[in-house]
Each structure stands twice: as structure tokens, then as C-alpha cells.
Design a protein around this ligand. Structure first.
Ligand code: SAM
Length: 292
């Protein structure tokens, strides 16, 4: 309940809004509206958002999460690709003067430029979103790799992706995406959210992932391009050993085999190890040794 109104997330209000505007959720845009207030409150809680901080939301939909963020943050910028939802949001969010809805495709927004042009440089900015699942990975990687250090990302995503980004070495889900995320952010799953919490219900289970920026000294990768290529090559063929993947990358010569063996030895990696058994610290050390 928001003052005397039902929250947008209340299933009765959500259905009223959908009916009023004759909206049919677009599958192609990943439109599954969250109608579980407890989950929404938990998302806002997990973000740690404070009254002097900025929230960026991706895909406000009909505004369920947006209104919760506006109640806490200094200002909310919400990027929505679907122009049909813009007049709906103008109506549902009319009681708030600290929300700016931007009708754009988030993948086409230059976030660094956006931060600068809106005078937000130096501000603590947290990204909070119930993501459109068909583009979870590119959105997340753009946010993590942008020059502006977003303090935290609290993202609802499909459960499988959340498991991959929070995986630990030795687990099936541990791979290049895990490493891309965990070299910059600490990552944990706050909660699993069943499909009944949405209208319409998605086919997959979801999870709220919380990513907090690591201190600068832990992001000590000298040549990120080389590091990323090395990591991607290490997982290119998941069923092959790390040695085999590295030989594919560096060329199947005696010289590369000797080089890889000596790097493995210096990093404490067994010759028959697989990519998923190697820790991030070991990958970092490998990158240094390969470049020597
Ligand atoms: N935040 C709302 C909620 O929790 O109920 C809606 C979440 S829904 C899972 C995802 C939203 O992202 C939809 O409103 C959809 O139109 C929007 N969307 C999809 N692709 C987008 C893109 N490329 N850029 C911005 N918004 C996008």
C-alpha cells in the first residue's frame, strides 16, 4: 500500500492497469511484471539505496519497482524501450517528482556519457532492475565494464544465469561469465523467485542477484583484453582439458606446450586440469606469466 493507493505491484492494481490501457505483455521484450511486494521490498533493501543516491532502473514496465525506488532514492532514471508504456508510466508514477523515464533501448545508451551529461559524476549510483531476460548478459556486462563505477547492481534474472555468475571453481556453472563478473564485483544470490510472482508467469525460475563493486586493489588486471581472451579460450571447449584449450589458442607447437606447462607449474595448476577448476587468482597469475 502506498499512502491510500494500492501499490502498482498489487495483482489487483497491475491487472487494472493492464486492462485500462489494453496492454498485452510483449514476450519479445521479456515483459513479465512483478506482482510480489515482498520481493520488490527485498530488492530495494538489497540495493542498500539511500536518500542521497541515484537509482538507474532498466525496464520499468508499468512502474512497480520504479515507485519503490522513488520512495527511497534522491532520483530514479528508468530506461524503457517500449514506447507504448511511456504514457502508462506517466499515469502510474504521476505522484512522484523524482523519476525520469527515458524511452530508449538500454543497449544503445552510452552510460558513461549519460552520467556525465546529467551531472551525476561522483554520485553513488546503484542499478536496480527486473531485467528483460533475453538480454541479461549483454546488459550486465555493459554495466560492469562501463568506465563509471556503478556501486552495486541488484538484478532479477533467470536463475541459471544467477547461478553462473555466483559459481565457485569446481562447479559446472563456473565459466568465463563467472570470471568476467567476479573480477570486478562480488556476487551473491539474495533469493530465488518462483514464476507465480509475475504476470504473466515466465517459464523459468528467477533469482535476485546482488553484485557489489570490489575495492580497486582487487581489480588488478593489467591488460584486460589479453585476460579476457585467455579466459574465453580456456573455456572454448568445455569438455577439453585446459591444456588442450590453451594449445588451440596458442597453436599446437612444442614451444607453446612447454610455455603452457611452465606457466601451469608457476600457478600451481595440474597438467590435466580443466578450466572450471582454476581459481580467478590463478587466472590472474597465468595472464601475468604468459606475458613475461
Ligand atoms: N520492472 C517491471 C517489473 O518489475 O514489473 C518490468 C520488468 S520486465 C521483466 C522487463 C522490462 O524491460 C519490460 O518493461 C520491457 O519492455 C523492458 N525492456 C526490454 N528490452 C529493453 C531494452 N533493450 N531497453 C530497455 N528496456 C527494455
Amino acid at each position: 500500500m502506498t499512502q491510500n493507493r494500492l501499490s502498482i505491484a498489487d495483482p489487483i492494481r497491475t491487472n487494472d492497469i493492464l486492462r485500462k490501457y489494453k496492454l498485452r505483455a510483449k514476450k519479445s521484450l521479456g515483459q513479465n511484471f512483478l506482482t510480489n511486494e515482498k520481493v520488490l521490498d527485498a530488492i530495494v533493501d538489497a540495493s542498500g539505496l539511500k536518500s542521497d543516491e541515484i537509482a538507474i532502473e532498466i525496464g520499468p514496465g508499468i512502474g512497480a519497482l520504479t515507485e519503490k525506488l522513488a520512495e527511497v532514492a534522491e532520483k530514479v532514471y528508468a530506461f524503457e524501450i517500449d514506447s507504448n508504456l511511456i504514457p502508462v508510466l506517466a499515469d502510474t508514477l504521476q505522484y512522484y517528482d523524482n523519476i525520469e523515464v527515458i524511452n530508449e533501448d538500454i543497449l544503445k545508451v552510452d552510460l558513461d556519457k549519460f552520467v556525465e551529461e546529467n551531472g551525476l559524476t561522483g554520485k553513488t549510483i546503484r542499478v536496480v532492475a527486473n531485467l528483460p531476460y533475453y538480454i541479461t548478459t549483454p546488459i550486465m556486462l555493459n554495466l560492469i565494464n562501463s568506465d563509471y563505477p556503478f556501486q552495486s547492481l541488484v538484478l532479477m534474472m533467470q536463475k541459471e544465469v544467477a547461478e553462473r555468475i555466483t559459481a565457485v571453481p569446481g562447479h559446472r556453472e563456473y565459466g568465463s561469465l563467472t570470471i568476467a563478473v567476479q573480477t570486478k564485483m562480488s556476487a551473491r544470490i539474495d533469493r530465488i523467485v518462483g514464476h507465480k510472482s509475475f504476470i504473466p508467469q515466465p517459464k523459468v525460475d528467477s533469482a535476485v542477484a546482488v553484485l557489489d563493486r570490489l575495492p580497486k586493489d582487487k581489480m588488478d588486471i593489467e591488460d584486460p583484453e589479453f585476460f579476457n581472451t585467455m579466459v574465453r579460450s580456456s573455456f572454448a571447449h568445455k569438455r577439453k582439458s585446459l591444456m588442450n584449450n590453451m594449445l588451440n589458442w596458442l597453436g599446437r607447437t612444442d614451444e607453446s606446450r612447454e610455455k603452457i606447462k611452465s606457466v601451469f607449474e608457476k600457478c600451481g595448476i595440474a597438467e590435466n586440469a580443466r578450466g572450471e577448476q582454476v581459481s580467478i587468482a590463478q587466472y590472474k597469475k597465468m595472464a601475468v606469466e604468459f606475458k613475461k
